[in-house]
Design a protein around this ligand. Sequence first.
Ligand SMILES: Cc1cc2nc3c(=O)[nH]c(=O)nc-3n(C[C@H](O)[C@H](O)[C@H](O)COP(=O)(O)OP(=O)(O)OC[C@H]3O[C@@H](n4cnc5c(N)ncnc54)[C@H](O)[C@@H]3O)c2cc1C
Length: 456
Amino acid sequence: MKVGIIGGGISGVSLASKLALMKAGGADIDITLLEAAPRLGGTMGSVVKDGYVIESGTNGFLDSKPFTLETFKEAGLEGKLLRSNDNARKRFIQRYSRLQRMPENASMFFSSKLLSWGGKLRLAGEFFVPQKKDGADETLADFAKRRLGEEALDYMISPMVSGVFAGDPEKMSLKSSFPVIADLESAYGGLIKGLLKKRNKKSGPAGPGGVLTAYEGGMGSALEDLAAVAVKNGAEIIKECPAEKVTKEGGVYKVTVKGGKTYEFDRLAVTCPSYESAKFLKELDGELSGTLASIPYAPMFVAGLGFNGEDMTDPINGFGYLIPEKEGRQILGALFTSSMFPSQAPEGKKFLRIMCGGDKHHELMKKSDDELLEICIRDVSDVLGIVGRPHMIQTFRHEKAIPQYHVGHSVKAAKIEEILKNYDGLYIGGNVLYGISLNDCTRISGEIARKIRESM
Ligand SMILES: Cc1cc2nc3c(=O)[nH]c(=O)nc-3n(C[C@H](O)[C@H](O)[C@H](O)COP(=O)(O)OP(=O)(O)OC[C@H]3O[C@@H](n4cnc5c(N)ncnc54)[C@H](O)[C@@H]3O)c2cc1C
């Protein structure tokens, strides 16, 4: 059986790795991955410079879910995984131009300055808010206002949404973007009730949040190593080979790539961004292509900055911080990389990664990289007590960084599933439909690998 994979990000490479393991175990399967760019990884990639490991996108995954961890374990790469230290537990949100620690328990919550007393009482009153039972899709903002209050929306939920999706809570679908939160209400009647009931249940290897796990040399190396194992096990990976057209003839998918060459596959997994797959799937199915094209994306600008220790008064001891819009800054937040992963910065240096842009700030991306860099430096300077200029600067611009699951996303996903019933052996994977985290990507690729195995 010939299996094609279009897209060499974590979704495509983890799928190739799983299928190649099946091949090495004796399955009669040929695997070909087609990647448009000269390198694998998509938005995920690493630059190593002056002793810093600077990530263009994700800096790792949480080990509380098994999917990504198992992908690396199966490939024999577990030894190169890099666990964040305990500082990563300390997360902050900016309020009153200061870092307020995110409470981890009830006593921290009540003594925290993150919410006013009115806001805390309103949030605690969530216990008594009646359950919404109509099952209708709802924005994250409406959900938060209904159950937790406006202040919790502004100072907890909105920053969390920009931290995960770079998204706009006024547009995002609760059930598509944060299904775990939606389930707490539908299964237990509310968040506090659900969390109390789940408290005693067994969670992942490192508790419900898990340990942030990176990779020696960066996540870009992680993907190259995973791809190398897949190739060793018999997969073929072809870079600089963008798919331009997909058709189906006699049960076979024909993928025409730039330059005109055509590949034939019995099974085809598409793991690239939806705005790209919409183009090459147009001839196969206009409705499928149109639905994929309608999924919006948020832009992101990432600045990695290295400072001498004495150039910053804040010890930057923790995971990092997120910034509520009401604080009037233009950046979304910053990660304290040298605190979580000391080996990713030279000794004695402080290393920040600052995120800017998102679904609420498309206009910001009209600025040049230099202008955005200055915004990043300005917005962290007073809060972290920065007095000097960074001696190491590395920036990344992603015009379409993260798909946004707006209200109505589940209808699009259901429509795509319905259309796919007409195309036996065609799979839409990646982060476009059912989750954007690395764990979602590897879980979805695992499901596609299982379907392919069952169809053999
Ligand atoms: C700044 C940022 C920070 C993030 N932080 C985290 C985090 O901390 N934790 C976390 O879990 N997740 C994080 N994410 C999300 C996560 O990194 C992504 O959801 C994930 O990497 C997506 O992987 P993918 O393989 O599905 O898609 P992509 O990475 O988009 O890969 C798709 C690939 O398809 C290729 N392609 C496109 N068109 C074609 C074509 N025509 N033919 C062939 N190939 C094509 C592209 O070149 C690309 O390599 C972050 C994302 C960003 C942008």
